[in-house]
Design a protein around this ligand. Structure first.
Ligand SMILES: Nc1ncnc2c1ncn2[C@@H]1O[C@H](COP(=O)(O)OP(=O)(O)OP(=O)(O)O)[C@@H](O)[C@H]1O
Length: 241
């Protein structure tokens, strides 16, 4: 197993002539929670598109759990679980059905799939929601269902693109707690894109992205340097406006 959960080297990318990512490099060690913090338009979703191969670029290199995404995309993507910004559950299906369809897509079936589904539901404290249709869940439980679903194939890396957008404070706190626990208990490596400063904890890794460039990468505590992350973030992103 790789020491580095995630390694990005010199990534540049644009949709047209103008670059939206400029020479982005950073690593996230295995088992760390890394917040990718940037204002709207910073390039977070574009970076996620490169990490998930929805977009490609000829510059730079991405390594997922020690596997080169450019040369071994299938193997690298198999190590990853992804929660996109837009909800992707089938609202007419129960929580369990949503998970079992995904398991089948990943080639899992029978007792093995059932065992993994039970374990994932338990990890996200969703056991009692198992028979509830996704349509009847609140936003927080829908998100937790998506996180449970992306754990079924035992990924080493989790990518979450602004997973708490639109949720109330209690649901946001529950989801950030759950995902931090996955890092601590199971050495999952997490990249969590957000523009919400209050989701960043002092011990988290923090990458500040602004206008496609990395302005800072360290623990949040060191980047804050005795101030609040919010103050430093606002100062950094204002200076370069
Ligand atoms: N499909 C696209 N075609 C052209 N430009 C795009 C496309 N998607 C994003 N952009 C532009 O790329 C830049 C980065 O956008 P991106 O969505 O990656 O940022 P973000 O940090 O995820 O922002 P947000 O928090 O608003 O989602 C923005 O200027 C945006 O307008």
């Amino acid at each position: 197993m790789s020491v580095f959960g995630l390694k990005l080297e010199h990534l540049s990318f644009g949709y047209g002539a103008d670059p939206v990512l400029k020479d982005v490099s950073f690593t996230v060690e295995r088992g760390n929670f890394c917040a990718l913090l940037g204002p709207n338009g910073a390039g977070k979703t574009s970076l996620f598109s490169l990490l998930t191969r929805l977009a490609t670029t000829s510059t730079g290199r991405i390594e997922i759990a020690g596997i080169d995404l450019g040369t071994s995309p299938r193997a690298a993507l198999a190590r990853m679980g992804i929660v996109f910004q837009q909800m992707t559950l089938d609202l007419d299906l129960t929580v369990r059905r949503n998970l079992s369809y995904y398991a089948a897509l990943r080639g899992l079936s029978g007792r093995d799939a059932e065992r993994r589904i039970d374990a994932a539901l338990e990890r996200l404290e969703l056991g009692e929601k198992s028979s509830v249709r996704a349509r009847d869940l609140n936003g927080g439980h829908r998100r937790r269902t998506e996180i449970a679903r992306c754990l079924l194939h035992d990924p080493e890396i989790l990518l979450l693109d602004e997973p708490t957008v639109g949720l109330d404070p209690a649901s946001r706190a529950a989801i950030t707690d759950h995902v931090h626990r996955l890092c601590a208990d199971e050495a999952l490596t997490v990249l969590w894109a957000t523009h919400l400063v209050d989701e960043v904890r002092a011990e988290d890794d923090l990458v500040i992205l602004h206008r496609g460039g990395v302005l800072a990468h360290d623990t949040a505590r060191r980047i804050a340097g005795g101030q609040t992350v919010e103050k430093v973030f606002l100062d950094m992103t204002a200076v370069t406006s």
